[in-house]
Design a binder for this molecule. Structure first.
Ligand SMILES: Nc1ncnc2c1ncn2[C@@H]1O[C@H](COP(=O)(O)OP(=O)(O)OP(=O)(O)O)[C@@H](O)[C@H]1O
Ligand SMILES: [Mg+2]
Length: 282
């Protein structure tokens, strides 16, 4: 089953063509990385998949589990229900800092309980137990009563992951979830995302700049440049040479790995199974 399907998706902001004819398809249960220089369109693409933004053009379409959520620049009936299947993590965690960690996690339930209960903050025992279990799973059970503002960055991101767990979405999208974290916290967050993918079968799509994480955690990488998908294939095919070419003048943004694969160059670079457009000739 296809979890995420994007076709002919374009988006213009004023004079900026943020997305140009993006086509991609992610199967249920995949763990996919999205890379590209700053401004290449990663967040814009994520916002369209999550139903937070509408594409341009009569043919643009996004579907979640085969149900179209938007087409031709219009939100479709049923998109709300379908969007519940997608939860998002952001670089800045987006917790409500004055609320307890427990309440922040329970916020993940709001789409699935009657509105009056959410408004009054009335959660039942099984919902609270589920929130506690989610916090235990991400390794921060002991901070359940603390205000979110008192947590470290890594703990805040793990609380945000716990919130997505109670949301019980079948798709988890994370927009640079480790960009603000130290390496140890970043690894922890990536290990948790990987475990959620493998154990729960949740489809995971993550944007990041750290290529070593792309290689280590993701079988598949999609690379964007100037609003277009320019690579879609196995992460093992991402050579440092290709990445420098991908990032071009923005190469200093790249966090290139110092891995055996990197040392192995300049052996002939493996040819990505799908290379498109500008990179064909290079
Ligand atoms: N709401 C908006 N209004 C105007 N321009 C926008 C808007 N959102 C994005 N853009 C522009 O669209 C392009 C793509 O932006 P986007 O945020 O998707 O890039 P990104 O790949 O996520 O970059 P980064 O790695 O810095 O997060 C950029 O040129 C950006 O300035
Ligand atoms: Mg972004």
């Amino acid at each position: 089953m296809t979890a995420i399907s994007v076709s002919r998706l374009s988006k213009r902001f004023g004079t900026t063509q943020a997305l140009s004819d993006v086509d991609l398809s992610i199967e249920a249960g995949e763990m996919v990385c999205l890379i590209g220089a700053s401004g290449s369109g990663k967040s814009t693409l994520i916002r369209h998949i999550a139903g937070l933004e509408l594409g341009d053009g009569a043919r643009s379409q996004v579907a979640i589990f085969d149900a179209p959520t938007q087409a031709g620049g219009r939100m479709l009936p049923g998109a709300r229900a379908t969007r519940r299947d997608v939860s998002i993590l952001f670089q800045q965690f987006n917790l409500v800092s004055r609320l307890s960690v427990m309440t922040n996690v329970l916020i993940g339930k709001l789409g699935r309980i009657p509105r009056w209960r959410g408004t009054l903050g009335v959660f039942n025992k099984s919902e609270k137990d589920e929130a506690k279990a989610a916090l235990a799973r991400v390794g921060i059970a002991k901070v359940v009563r603390q205000r979110a503002s008192t947590l470290s960055g890594g703990q805040q991101q793990r609380a945000a992951i716990a919130r997505t767990l109670v949301q019980r979405s079948r798709i988890l999208i994370a927009d640079e979830p480790i960009a603000s974290l130290d390496p140890a916290s970043a690894r922890r967050v990536m290990d948790i995302l990987s475990d959620i993918n493998r154990t729960d079968g949740i489809t995971v799509l993550v944007s990041l700049h750290q290529v070593e994480y792309a290689r280590r955690y993701f079988p598949r990488t999609i690379a964007m440049r100037e609003g277009r998908v320019v690579f879609d294939g196995p992460s093992t095919a991402l050579t440092n040479a290709f990445l420098s070419e991908l990032y071009g003048a923005a190469s200093e943004e790249l966090v290139l790995p110092d891995t055996p694969a990197a040392h192995a160059e300049p052996r002939p670079a493996p040819v990505p199974h799908k290379r498109l457009g500008a990179f064909e000739a290079a």
